[in-house]
Write a protein that binds this ligand. Structure first.
Ligand code: ATP
Length: 297
């Protein structure tokens, strides 16, 4: 059974257009899935649907086999959740916040709590409102994981943190999952975070899933061709190729993303389109996503 399953999710706000339109993917036991997409792609909306904080207008979601709307308490007792905009009660002391969570969860692991406290920098006696962003996120992570959830959902968990705090946060999450086999779904804009943590990525674009692939096969699965813009190349002819996902003009060059290794696009460009001065290569993931999702400037 999948740990998390979205099936044909549709969601719009008010009378607006759908922001999610037929989103289907799942997270399998022990997997770490990075949820990617530009600002406004619908990552938070999807995560809120999984957490039962919002309803899909069509489709279904199952979290550990449960319907988050019908069984919110059972579901939340087995899931950990941290989001960028999570608000902890500002006037409470850290000790009280952690105590509340400890009391709430029968599966609370005091030894894990102690280890995290040792690792983290916050003071037990500090009030939440006096914590730095990084410290507040550490408290939230501790509260989300010390009950040893089967699934951890992180919505842009390292957003707003400086590079050192981000690394610390993510490394802690990695340690936790490697020892406990917890499944993780996390959204992020930082490709380096995703590359460090995820087994698989799901990329939301144009209201649905554009890419759902294992990270280690992803780099070999796409190539980018860069061609001079004034060499008589017809972008339409390149785009008509079945393996071409996108072509655009950028910085005085034509750039096309192809599915597959370099062989096919190279042959296609040279033989069928007589384009000889193209460079065709695999590119780092960050660049691949800029090519797939970026604008034309
Ligand atoms: P970001 O990376 O910027 O956090 P996201 O991928 O998480 O973005 P969402 O926050 O899910 O995207 O937003 C998806 C779309 O839905 C956006 O166009 C946003 O403006 C719209 N939206 C989100 N919440 C609401 C709301 N409460 N009312 C109206 N529109 C909303």
């Amino acid at each position: 059974m999948s740990v998390l399953e979205f099936r044909d999710i549709h969601r719009s706000y008010g009378r607006g257009e759908e922001v999610l339109s037929g989103v289907t993917f799942s997270v399998e036991p022990g997997q770490v899935v990075g949820l990617l997409g530009k600002n406004g792609a619908g990552k938070t909306t999807l995560i809120h649907i999984a957490m039962g904080m919002m309803r899909a207008q069509e489709g279904s979601v199952r979290v550990l086999g449960l319907d988050p709307e019908k069984d919110p308490v059972a579901m939340k007792s087995r899931v950990g959740f941290v989001s960028e905009d999570q608000v902890l009660p500002p006037a409470m002391r850290v000790k009280q916040v952690i105590g509340l969570h400890r009391d709430l969860y029968p599966t609370w692991d005091a030894e894990l709590e102690a280890r995290l406290r040792e690792r983290f920098s916050f003071s037990d006696r500090a009030r939440v409102k006096s914590l730095s962003k990084g410290e507040a996120r550490q408290v939230a992570l501790l509260c989300a994981v010390a009950h040893r959830p089967e699934l951890l959902i992180l919505d842009e968990p390292a957003g707003g943190l400086d590079p050192a705090a981000r690394r610390e946060f993510l490394e802690t999450s990695i340690d936790l999952l490697s020892e406990g086999g917890t499944s993780i779904l996390f959204s992020s804009h930082h490709m380096t975070d995703v590359e460090r943590m995820a087994d698989r990525i799901v990329l939301l674009h144009d209201r649905s899933v554009l890419i759902d692939a294992a990270l280690d096969t992803l780099r070999e699965s796409y190539t980018v061709a860069v061609m001079p813009v004034n060499a008589g190349i017809d972008p339409g002819a390149v785009a008509a190729s079945a393996s071409c996902l996108r072509i655009r003009e950028r910085q005085g060059t034509l750039r096309a993303v192809f599915k597959g290794d370099a062989e096919e696009p190279r042959a296609l460009l040279e033989r069928e389109l007589a384009v000889r001065n193209a460079s065709v290569a695999q590119v780092p993931l960050e660049e691949l996503f800029v090519e797939l999702l970026g604008g034309t400037s």
